[in-house]
Design a protein. Structure first.
Length: 382
């Protein structure tokens, strides 16, 4: 019998069968009426998920492209931007800003540390900045920051808040308009349950004003080009029409569940995963609280290389987890639980981790992780 495969990373994540079925439909022409109707519905649903009245621009690209579009449109060479980083993807903000020759002021934390809005306020009082580039959910460490507080201090300082919400949108609360966030960049391949290849960006009126002043070179990333096309439901370049069809179905599934219900489900899955990890006697790397609703990061036990553990899980048990990145390589492994997951996916991952650790000679208590996870999921309503 063919081996079943379980994708348990924080991105890409599994796509529901309905999404895959939509992608598998015959390709339609991107300037015909069939696509126009689909395009309009998808853009409308994106505004609902972003919780914004502003236009959400859709690009055929990975989430990093959405981040780059933000820098290309609101930053000019030589302008100071403040980058707040505490992991792999915060460092990516700094690299993108440097590539566009911005003056990068880098507020850097240790990986796994939780950034502080007070530190940002202090830095901005010492040195002004055009924009502050933030990571809402740092999937390399499992840390989800208090975005509302960050947005408030950035706004108070007169800067633009620019947020990487690639793994947070649709998984944890994010109120674009209510929290007055200027730019939100996200991607389809995480909590939005669609295969990789689409990213999206929302921009406030202040962000659009900055885009009008920016002197950074851009063409594909030009927001105005995309906005004009979307206003006529006529994309400026050929979009990945089949992926848009899949995303539209995925957004419909998410909105039918209800965003609040989805947020609650992710909190409960995070609780279950953390309790299972602790029952194995492992140390959590991500915070042990409900902010860790996107990914659970755990330290490998002494004598076990986490990269070896991840390979064993994939090759022998068909379970794909995420390894550590950057300075955490070989030290931690990560279990994603955003998007198309339920508690039985969590227990499958935990059972596989238990088996693999025993095979690698680790001393773990057998049979308790799954039970503890189920109890945490069932008896701790949000």
């Amino acid at each position: 019998m063919p081996e079943k495969r379980y994708l348990m990373t924080p991105g890409p994540t599994p796509a529901p069968p309905e999404v895959l079925a939509a992608i598998a439909q015959p390709v339609v022409h991107h300037r015909g009426p069939d696509y126009t109707k689909l395009y309009a519905e998808c853009l409308g649903r994106l505004r609902e998920v972003f919780r914004t009245e502003s236009e959400v621009m859709l690009f055929g690209v990975s989430g990093t492209g959405a981040m780059e579009s933000a820098v290309a449109n609101i930053c000019s060479p030589g302008e100071r931007v403040l980058v707040v980083s505490a992991g792999y993807f915060g460092e990516r903000w700094a690299k993108i800003a440097a590539a566009y020759r911005a003056d990068v002021d880098h507020l850097r934390y240790a990986w796994g540390e939780i950034p502080s809005p007070d530190d940002v306020a202090t830095r901005l009082s010492e040195r002004d900045a055009t924009a502050v580039l933030l990571t809402h959910s740092e999937t390399s460490t499992g840390v989800v920051s208090d975005l509302q507080s960050f947005a408030a201090v950035v706004r108070e300082a007169g800067a633009l808040s620019v947020v990487d919400a690639i793994s947070s949108l649709g998984a944890v609360p994010l109120e674009t308009d209510a929290w007055a966030i200027d730019v939100v960049a996200s991607g389809a391949q995480k909590a939005l349950m669609t295969p990789p290849g689409l990213a999206m960006v929302s921009a406030s009126a202040a962000a659009w004003d900055a885009a009008g002043r920016s002197s950074s070179p851009r063409f594909y990333w030009d927001w105005e080009l995309t906005r004009k096309g979307q206003a006529k439901l006529d994309a400026p370049v050929t979009p990945p029409v089949s992926l848009v069809a899949g995303l539209n179905v995925a957004l419909g599934i998410l909105l039918e569940e209800g965003l609040e219900a989805a947020f609650e489900r992710h909190v409960r899955l995070g609780r279950a995963c953390r309790e299972g990890i602790k029952a194995l006697g492992l140390e959590l790397f991500s915070p042990d609280d409900d902010s860790s609703a996107v990914v659970t990061a755990a330290r490998a036990p002494d004598g076990v290389d986490s990269d070896e553990l991840v390979l064993l899980l994939r090759d022998r048990h068909g379970v794909t987890l995420a390894p550590g990145q950057g300075e955490l390589k070989g030290k931690i492994f990560r279990i994603g639980h955003i998007g198309y997951y339920d508690v039985f996916d969590i227990t499958t991952a935990l059972a596989a981790v238990e088996l693999a650790l025993i095979e690698l000679g680790a001393d773990v208590e057998r049979g308790v992780a799954v039970t503890r996870a189920l109890e945490a999921f069932e008896h701790t309503p949000v």
